[in-house]
Design a protein around this ligand. Structure first.
Ligand code: GDP
Length: 692
């Protein structure tokens, strides 16, 4: 029959994972008693080891759900905290430390927590039992203890001593049973004394006759009776067993037996009292089994009903769609890899070239502004149509060393600006931001863990390749640092392209101008300020005593805006003029390259981009395309532990609910099957009993 309790305890633990509704729980034995009644000693005598928190002022603050598992074939004894994942702990003092820490972690303000600590102990010396150790009732609130502690402990105990649980009420023999907090509490919830076992500790502290009287108490009659125990180990044994892991029970039992057998009249077989830890153990096993089997039918029915509800919810809400954390992750990962593959097909050399060229265009513009456009060429306030008539469009005599130097210096600045780093950076950033975009369009968007894993997968590959790629690229463009060999075809492509660049820049200037106008309150206003600043600059008027508050009736802020507008206007004028020059016959061929630095530099930039892209493609892009899916597998694939996969899937609340209902259904079904087979065993056993 012991199989039954073991299996029921197993079922009880599965049910605890389903989620606690009282109808769904199988009975357990709850241990209550006043502080110092000897509650811990009784539990430790049953387990055979010291493992409970001790010490002055050490109040148990959380229930301990203790599952004892009898392992007759095994020699080793160990404990496990299923919620902590610490593995098997064979050192019981380490279990004691862990329990102490868990206890101390409950904040004082909270007094006690009803979140149980789950602990299972496997040993060949323990019976199969399910026990819940509750905080001891306190009579007087100690110093440094919150005032409500007493009340809170009592409330917590009340929660647990409800049916179908069995109450193990611990009282000390040297205290009048009428004053036993445990018995009083049991009375309230079990007035007929049907599911309470009385344990009277410290039998050695009272006169044996008095002890016998206590055990046959008629004031609080209990159907399951009282058991008297002496659970204090002989002091030498305590010291001995604290150090080792050897069994404490035998020492206690020896001591206990010695005591009880010394008083055969009071405690012997004729006395009709129950005494001893062994008797208590047997009683507990027996009572638990009876209670569990009595609740088998009721609990089965409750589970069946719960299962029906879960099944219905699964059908209605989730259309019976199966899902597991692993399949969800695998599908999400596949979809993500698929979208990545699409991206890889669309992002190649032409796209890299364009990105890089855009970046270099900016550098070219900066160089032009610094080397060519900053000179006061002439009065550029002539309106555009008249630019056509400009005679002194700079012609830049090709024999002039000045213009040669200008172009050489500009070209050299361009080729030496660190194209390797720049190009690698541009492409790496583009890849990274494309990956971010892919994430945001994928199911992973709701999964911080996966998002980070993917981002890191990408950046780890890119970072790893970064320096070697930029070095490679830099090496490959090295020849351009010494000599630029250009063909007419390249020249004319550059000439076409740079016009677009200049036009875009012009538009940007005009856009900036428009926003300035609206910032100062209209075009006219801006013109006025500009005129003032212009005149002041030409020396027609002096901004005498321009102070922080401004000049000429304009505030300092307005004057600053005026200067900005003038800069924009001048830049736009120069660009217009240069655009005109680029379009003109003068820039049609490479012959006049000194007069057309815009075209020349654009063509150089194209060469740089083209060469850089060739190597970026091999060194960075192809490598990335090859490694990224593998890196994803490493970080999100089969290598993840089950609980990590579970945690990942549950980050999405929708998936979490879906998974929960499936799991609930599975667990309930599992429990139901187990219970059915138990009922069959039961049935067979009882019909066998009838037959025999
Ligand atoms: P708890 O606070 O209810 O858990 O009580 P403990 O198990 O810590 O016991 C309180 C004190 O009573 C300790 O000093 C124990 O050594 C002592 N004690 C426990 N059981 C017995 C017993 O059977 N006989 C005697 N003499 N002392 C006991």
């Amino acid at each position: 029959m012991m199989v039954l309790t073991k299996k029921m305890i197993e079922i009880r633990n599965i049910l605890a994972r389903v989620g606690q509704t009282s109808a769904l729980t199988l009975p357990s034995i709850v241990v209550i008693g006043s502080q110092s009644s000897g509650k811990s000693s009784v539990l430790e005598a049953i387990v055979g080891h010291e493992f409970l928190p001790k010490g002055l002022n050490m109040v148990t603050r959380r229930p301990i759900e203790l599952t004892l598992i009898n392992t007759p074939e095994s020699k080793t004894e160990y404990g496990e905290f299923p919620d902590l994942g610490l593995g098997k702990i064979t050192d019981f003092s380490s279990i004691q430390r862990t329990l102490t820490e868990l206890n101390q972690a409950v904040p004082d303000a909270q007094c006690v927590s009803d979140d149980p600590i789950r602990l299972s102990i496997s040993s060949p010396n323990v019976p199969d039992l399910s026990l819940i150790d509750l905080p001891g009732y306190i009579q007087v609130v100690g110093q440094n203890q919150p005032l409500e502690l007493k009340q809170k402990i009592s409330e917590l105990c009340d929660k647990y001593i409800q049916p179908p649980n069995i109450i193990l009420a611990i009282s000390a023999a040297d205290v009048d049973l009428a004053n036993s907090a445990a018995l009083r509490a049991s009375r309230r919830v079990d007035p007929r004394g049907e599911r309470t076992i009385g344990v009277v500790t410290k039998m050695d502290l009272v006169d044996p006759i008095r002890g016998m009287e206590v055990l046959t108490d008629r004031q609080y009659p209990l159907r399951l009776g009282y058991v008297g125990v002496v659970t204090r180990a002989p002091s030498t044994a305590t010291i001995l067993f604290k150090k080792g892991n050897s069994n404490l029970s035998s020492a206690i039992i020896k001591n206990e037996n010695a005591f009880f057998s010394a008083h055969p009249l009071e405690f012997g077989p004729q006395a009709e009292v129950q005494v001893g830890t062994s008797t208590l153990k047997k009683k507990l096993m027996h009572v638990l089994e009876q209670t569990m089997s009595a609740s088998l039918t009721g609990t089965s029915d409750a589970i069946r009903q719960e299962l029906e509800e879960a099944t219905y919810e699964f059908k209605v809400q989730y259309n019976d769609r199966p899902l597991s954390a692993e399949s969800y992750l695998a599908e999400s990962l596949d979809a993500f890899k698929h979208s990545f593959k699409q991206f890889a097909e669309e992002f190649g050399r032409p796209q890299m070239h364009e990105l890089l060229k855009n970046e270099l265009d900016q550098r070219v513009l900066d160089l032009l502004a610094a080397r060519y456009w900053n000179k006061p060429i002439h009065d550029l306030s002539i309106p555009p149509p008249e630019i056509d008539n400009l005679v002194d469009l700079p012609t830049a005599d090709p024999d002039s060393p000045y213009w040669r130097r200008q172009l050489d210096a500009s070209t050299s600045a361009l080729t030496k600006l660190g194209v390797g780093r720049l190009a690698t950076n541009v492409v790496a950033n583009a890849i990274q931001s494309h990956i971010d975009q892919l994430i945001s369009q994928s199911t992973f968007v709701n999964h911080p863990f996966a998002r980070q894993a993917i981002t890191e997968a990408a950046s780890s590959i890119l970072n790893e390749r970064f320096y070697s790629t930029s070095d490679q690229v830099e090496n490959c463009i090295k020849p351009y640092k010494f000599d630029i060999d250009m063909e007419e075809r390249e020249w004319s492509t550059g000439r076409d392209h740079v016009q677009g660049v200049l036009k875009k820049e012009l538009t940007a200037c005009e856009g900036a101008m428009t926003s300035l106008e609206s910032a100062v309150g209209g075009r006219r206003k801006l013109r006025e300020v500009m005129n003032f600043v212009d005149k002041a600059r030409k020396g027609d008027i002096l901004i005498e005593g321009e102070t922080r508050s401004g000049a000429g009736g304009f505030s300092a802020a307005l004057l600053a805006k005026g200067r900005e507008a003038i800069f924009l206007r001048d830049r736009a004028d120069i660009i217009k003029m240069r655009l005109y020059a680029v379009k003109s016959k003068q820039c049609a061929t490479m012959k006049n390259k000194y007069a057309c630095p815009e075209v020349f530099l654009d063509a150089v930039a194209s060469k740089l981009a083209g060469t850089a892209v060739l190597f970026l493609n091999v060194e960075l892009l192809s490598e990335f395309y090859y490694n990224f899916p593998r890196e994803l597998d490493l970080r999100l694939g089969r290598h993840l532990a089950d609980d990590e996969v579970e945690r990942f899937a549950k980050e999405d609340p929708k998936i979490r609910r879906h998974l929960d209902v499936i799991r609930r259904k599975e667990l309930l079904q599992l429990v139901l099957d187990k219970m059915e087979s138990l009922r069959q065993i039961e049935g067979a056993a009882s019909s066998g009993a009838v037959g025999g």
